[in-house]
Each structure stands twice: as structure tokens, then as C-alpha cells.
Design a protein around this ligand. Structure first.
Ligand code: ADP
Ligand code: MG
Length: 252
């Protein structure tokens, strides 16, 4: 379980996050949604320690991450898998090397063990045998899957994905969502996904946190979301005609 309390983050005079509280449960996919610039990526980075929050605390299974030293954070960092918004693969490395790189940094595995682990992860995301391709030879969906393979290579307890569907066609987006859900079920990860994709929200959101101008405006399930009277949430969600149609079926 991950708990965040009263997270604030400012960049100079820009108060990007103002007092976020949330709990992310194990074995569930939690979504952070909100418009562009609402602070979603900043919140994710504050949780994983890529940003130091200006104020507030982050707990990983009861351990206060935000007050740990760099060295104290290492064991928790090893349990964090992260898929970055642009996949963030190293272009000069092959698919296999991209995964082995993470294992080099964090494990004492032998070369053979690392390759076996890379093969296992690639198989898990349906990319078996693609080891020697370079990122430039991959489609957008394949890059995301390599990013996911790398994110799960350390067998993470906590999985974070920033916009896993950005730039993908709808069918590929659904496959990526299904993969994130399956991995969460399989490894009982505490999974947090930043998205503005309404298909994802209706497909995989166990818990949804809606950010508006750096504040938590609403939280709940996707079914509650369809019935919510929160104006800002509704403006965001029902900008999509498909979502409007979904609401009209339950709220005549
Ligand atoms: P979202 O992911 O919801 O689109 P972000 O969290 O990326 O939004 O950005 C929220 C705000 O924080 C924006 O105004 C952005 O300019 C600002 N911001 C994000 N990262 C930085 C940074 N490293 N330095 C300064 N400002 C930043
Ligand atoms: Mg973002």
C-alpha cells in the first residue's frame, strides 16, 4: 500500500500541487486523471522520489519514504517499476540491453541470469525473440511493451506508469491496459497509472483520483464517476461524447 499525505510541490512561484492525500491499494490499478498541466506527472514523480515534495509525506507499506536518505531509499527503489511517458528507452541499446541495464544497476545476478530474466519479461509482454532489435526498429506499442518489460524486470511491488497509452491506437491501448491489469493481478503490485484516456478509466480503474489545478477534486470508482455531480470532473470526463453516451445509459 502507498499512502501520500498533504503533498505540496512548487517550482519557484508555481504551486503545482497543493495538499494531495491518497491511498493506493495493493493488487489494484489506481488511476490519476486530470487535464494537461494539472500536476499528474509531478505527483507521480513526488511519489517515486524523482521530485522531493515541498511539503507532505509518502509512505510505502508504512515506511516514510520522504524522510529517508538516498541510501535508505535504495531498497524501496528496487521494488519500484516505472514506465515513463515516452517509454524512455536507450536508443543506442538493443531491447535486451535496455532490460539488462536495469538489472546491472540493481542486482548481483550473473550475465546468464540477467538474460534469462530479460527473456522472461519479454515473453510476458509478448515480445519473445525481439532481444536484438533497437528502439528505432519498434512500433510505438512495442516500445511501450519493452518499457513495461523493463519496469517489471525487478519484480516490482510498486508499478508506476505515466500515460502508458499516449500515442497508441485504440486497439493497442487496450492491449497495454490489459497487460498492466494482468501484471497487477499476477504480482499483486500496487499500481498507479497516470492517464487521460477515458477508455482506460472505464476499463481498468479500480480507484480514480481526479486532479484539477494541482488539487484533489474527486476520488472514487469509475461507476461513481458516471454519477458524480462534481462540475470540474464532469467537464473533464464528459468532454468525450462516448462518455456522455455511457452516462446517459445509466442516468436517463
Ligand atoms: P500533467 O502531467 O498533469 O500534464 P505536470 O505535472 O507535468 O502536469 O505539470 C504541472 C505543472 O508543473 C506545469 O505547469 C509544469 O509547467 C510544471 N512543472 C512540471 N515539472 C516541472 C519542472 N521540472 N520544473 C518546473 N516546472 C515544472
Ligand atoms: Mg504528464
Amino acid at each position: 500500500m502507498i499512502e501520500v499525505t498533504n503533498i505540496h510541490k512548487s517550482f519557484g512561484d508555481n504551486h503545482v500541487l497543493t495538499g494531495i492525500d491518497a491511498v493506493f491499494e495493493p493488487g489494484k490499478v489506481s488511476l490519476i486523471i486530470g487535464g494537461s498541466g494539472s500536476g499528474k506527472s509531478t505527483l507521480l514523480k513526488c511519489i517515486v522520489g524523482l521530485h522531493q515534495p515541498t511539503q507532505g509525506k509518502v509512505f510505502f507499506d508504512g515506511q516514510e519514504f520522504t524522510r529517508m536518505s538516498f541510501e535508505e531509499k535504495v531498497p524501496i527503489r528496487k521494488e519500484i517499476g516505472m514506465l515513463f511517458q515516452n517509454s524512455a528507452l536507450f536508443d543506442s541499446m538493443t531491447v535486451e540491453q535496455n532490460i539488462v541495464f536495469t538489472l546491472d544497476m540493481f542486482t548481483e545476478m550473473s550475465k546468464q541470469e540477467k538474460i534469462e530474466r530479460a527473456n522472461f519479461c519479454l515473453e510476458r509482454v509478448n515480445l519473445a525473440g525481439k532481444n536484438d532489435l533497437y528502439p528505432s526498429e519498434l512500433s510505438g506499442g512495442m516500445k511501450k511493451r519493452v518499457g513495461i518489460a523493463r519496469a517489471i524486470s525487478m519484480n516490482p511491488k510498486y508499478l508506476f506508469c505515466d500515460e502508458p497509452n499516449s500515442g497508441l491506437d485504440p486497439a493497442t491501448s487496450i492491449l497495454i491496459d490489459e497487460l498492466i491489469q494482468e501484471l497487477t493481478d499476477e504480482f499483486k503490485c500496487t499500481t498507479v497509472v497516470v492517464t487521460h484516456d477515458m477508455n482506460s478509466v472505464m476499463g481498468i480503474g479500480d480507484y480514480i483520483l481526479f486532479l484539477f489545478k494541482g488539487q484533489k477534486y474527486w476520488e472514487g470508482s469509475n461507476q461513481d464517476m458516471l454519477k458524480s455531480d462534481n462540475q470540474e470532473l464532469n467537464d473533464f470526463v464528459f468532454a468525450s461524447p462516448l462518455m456522455k453516451a455511457a452516462r446517459d445509459t445509466i442516468k436517463p
